[in-house]
Design a protein around this ligand. Sequence first.
Ligand code: ATP
Ligand code: MG
Length: 645
Amino acid sequence: MSNTDQVYPPSAEFAAQANATAEMYQRAKDDPNEFWAEQARQLSWDTPFSTVLDWSDAPFAKWFADGKLNVAVNCVDRHVDAGKGDRVAIHWIGEPGDTRDITYSQLKDEVSKAANYFTAIGLQTGDRVAIYMPMVPEAIITMLACARLGLTHSVVFAGFSSAALRARVDDAAAKVVVTTDGQYRRGEPAPLKAAVDEALGTGDDAAPSIEKVIVVRRTNHDPDLPWVDGRDVWWEDTVEESSPVHEPEAFDAEHPLFLLYTSGTTGSPKGIVHSSGGYLTQANYTFHNVFDHKEGRDVFWCTADIGWVTGHTYIVYGPLSAGATEIVYEGTPNSPDEHRHFNIIEKYGVTTYYTAPTLIRTFMKWGREIPGAHDLTSLRLLGTVGEPINPEAWRWYYDVIGGNRCPIVDTWWQTETGGHMLAPLPGVTTCTPGSAMGPLPGISAKIVDDNGNELPTGEQGYLVLDQPWPGMLRGIWGDPQRFKDTYWSRFAEQGWYFAGDGARYDENGALWVLGRVDDVMNVSGHRISTAEVESALVAHPAVAEAAVIGAADETTGQGIVAFVILMEHATPGDELIAEMRNQVAVDISPIAKPREINIVPELPKTRSGKIMRRLLKDVAEGRELGDTSTLVDPSVFEAIRSQRG
Ligand code: ATP
Ligand code: MG
């Protein structure tokens, strides 16, 4: 790969003030249980734990099992009790430009009101609540109110269809759906409750578990909003009218805090179950160390949606358990124009910005003049998550957004892992662009072959997690067998978790995640990673985004098929295609030259910004599309098919 020789050591200034230290790696290795106990003690426990890990019923882990805590108290009340009630927890920015600043004291009142109302309607510890909402403060308030009562929440991304919502409501047997009347989409109100009505049905068709639908007024777009009497209530008439005083109780560390469905990149989504004490420990630990959080000084911004795990861990539980001040933005990055994110960074003095590679590549496509028009000097740390970041985009992010000053943390993790697993420690690690560097202190990973043998430097294999960790999933909702089959069967003998991703170590010991092993292509017996070919294509100045798949090929086994989006200034044509193929040959090998390059206007993505390669493969191999329930925009396929002719 080109330019991998340039590495980025931390500056002396950053290192001098960093939360993380190099000795943490050794300390965690010497005594992992003591290391994790120390992290867990950063939280407030009503009953302190005396055991750390119980792995006797593997793969069903228990962490801090005899301890009791309240997750919402840890995220809200304890900061108020410590005299920080006036600190802003959330600077909320609505898409149309309305704003709300919510202090920790106010957050405590709001969460308490919701908890009181949820109790009044008969919800009890262990019941499930579905949350189908845009990025409004009430979504976070609802999550925390559930945590306060020991209700298990299930957030369903508000861009999903009514069918996807219904499937998730039924799977979890949720008693309540919390939603809004509508949501803003690029300045225009669009209905949302209508999708809830459709999902929940009526008469014989009605979702059997549902008792109430609580509706937050957001867009107020419909004076005749359809209403089911007895089932539907307005948040303003119920939660808002409830008492702001609520006495919390403590729950077992293993109490299920939430379930959340994976993004569906590789197959049908799985309802991942997370715990309370172990999950919150890992959220808090990684937030403090990987984001180098400085209480009372930093302004943190994670641009994810609460509909996926990044929003759970790094908008809700990580930052709030740490007493952080953060930005929550409702809308899209180009509403009303492409300056939106940079305006927000400038106005609020954002110090820490965490986003996905897909957005960074979009910013690159829009051009550096846009961030260049803003004072971004408040930034001191940048992060990425969701997909491998190609080195080209990493360097652009470092230079154009970070002003060659901010460390970048490339964080590899999954819905299943609950929090960061592989990432550099800012102030400690010398970074290689494109690499997630290695396991965090306390985390253990290996790269192995089919038989579980560790592979030497340079060879790609399976990324496995060979030790349990506190934030690990506790199962798939209602399906223990699928949990074992999906994650624990490949290396059952060794008792390792197989993450689904391929990886390799480079000669400097940096770990490169190469994408899903299911996506690794086999061309005439050569194993080629989709991520590497994509990275080579994106390194061409005319290319903004690329997705690569291996399609069945009579002569070579698989042939490489690429789909690329061009930069605005680029001129499509045979010459350009030849250049792109050549770029791959030079960067990787002539064997990796795509058989076919399609120039397309859009790529199929999940709402969390990941390319759905399995659907592109369906197109390339002429099949019906598989599960598209989590796809943002199904119409992209018409455009893609018409380009292929
Ligand atoms: P499904 O499991 O339903 O197919 P998904 O795997 O896309 O969906 P997530 O849990 O949201 O659902 O995504 C986790 C995956 O995202 C990882 O397994 C990995 O493939 C990819 N990923 C996340 N962060 C990084 C990163 N920093 N570098 C490389 N890959 C990453
Ligand atoms: Mg996955």
